[in-house]
Design a protein around this ligand. Structure first.
Ligand SMILES: [Zn+2]
Length: 307
């Protein structure tokens, strides 16, 4: 059983305003730290394939996809929201980012890779069925989960999301779906200011106050996520892996440590074994301070790989 990492050079080609925190250097911060840690050499590497339109259409409206293509500038930037811009290469990056998740599902089911981490950007969990925003265009994790359900005829999959921001896009896409459990823990109140009620009983939300750290996060995972996941029994586990709840990340005010990412990943790996899940597909979401991001991903991937 081995662990794979999927990335693509095109993920570096999407660039928003100068100084924007969702920067191409994030990809390098992750890959450089994987090399420096020595972990890189224990992983199998794959270049992300581009996503097919049919795979995007399971979770996004066709009109929305056409609008994104029409908005794409031939030069310069266009604003999608106050903090999100498209450059001429944005969709080149986005198709690789979304394609990586589909490819990861195929690896889990078609090879001995039972854990896959996708080092990709732009991130995806704020992209709704018909709305971009929060640095996101295609909802990568939703594309992958919907692909797994349909192509592999799975009955139940789960997405867990430990990014400091709530995954409003993932919630929107699977709002009426009874095949997808969506567990999140996030700072509240904070962008995207989601309603913390849960109309879909499969959407498990653990809002945490500014200043929350290891203990509050671990309590939330143990109290909210793990019992719900045990009862739901997903066949495949997805992780929206954002690392911006780290204490060194100034995007929010949570105080997680590198070791919390090891811990939560270990909990999910153990659970996937207990429930006989086929594997785990993890995709990069947020995480904006290069040093903390790189260290946190190493902690996460080391646990994913069982090392
Ligand atoms: Zn985030």
């Amino acid at each position: 059983m081995s662990t794979a990492i999927i990335s693509h050079f095109d993920c570096r080609r999407h660039k928003m305003t100068d100084g924007h925190p969702e920067d191409p250097a994030r990809i390098d911060a992750v890959s450089d730290r994987l090399i420096a840690s020595g972990l890189e050499y224990s992983l199998d590497h794959f270049d992300a394939k581009p996503v097919n339109k049919a795979d995007l259409l399971r979770v996004h409206d066709s009109l929305y996809l056409a609008e994104l293509e029409e908005m794409l500038p031939s030069e310069g930037l266009v604003n999608v929201d106050a903090d999100t811009q498209m450059c001429p290469n944005t969709l080149k990056a986005a198709v690789r980012s979304a394609g990586a998740g589909v490819q990861a599902v195929d690896l889990v089911y078609g090879s001995d890779h039972k854990a896959v981490f996708c080092n990709v950007r732009p991130p995806g969990h704020h992209a709704e069925r018909a709305k971009a925003g929060g640095f996101c265009f295609y909802n990568n994790i939703a594309v992958a989960a919907a692909y797994a359900l349909e192509k592999l005829s799975l009955e139940r999959v789960a997405i867990v999301d430990f990014d400091v921001h709530h995954g409003n896009g993932t919630e929107d896409i699977f709002r009426d779906n009874d095949q997808v459990m969506f567990c999140s823990a996030f700072q509240h109140p904070l962008f995207p200011y989601s309603d913390i009620s849960t109309p879909n009983p499969l959407h498990i939300k653990a809002p945490l106050k500014a200043g929350a750290g290891s203990q509050e996060f671990r309590n939330a995972v143990e109290e909210y996520w793990l019992p719900a996941l045990r009862e739901f029994k997903p066949q495949l586990l997805f992780i929206s892996a954002g690392f911006d709840a780290h204490r060194d990340d100034d995007m929010a005010e949570m105080n997680l440590e590198d070791s919390d990412y090891s811990w939560v990943t270990g909990q999910l790996v153990d659970l996937s074994h207990e429930l006989n899940c086929e594997g785990i597909v993890s995709m990069l979401e947020g995480g904006y301070v290069p040093d903390a991001l790189g260290r946190s991903v190493v902690a996460h991937v080391r646990s994913l790989a069982g090392l």
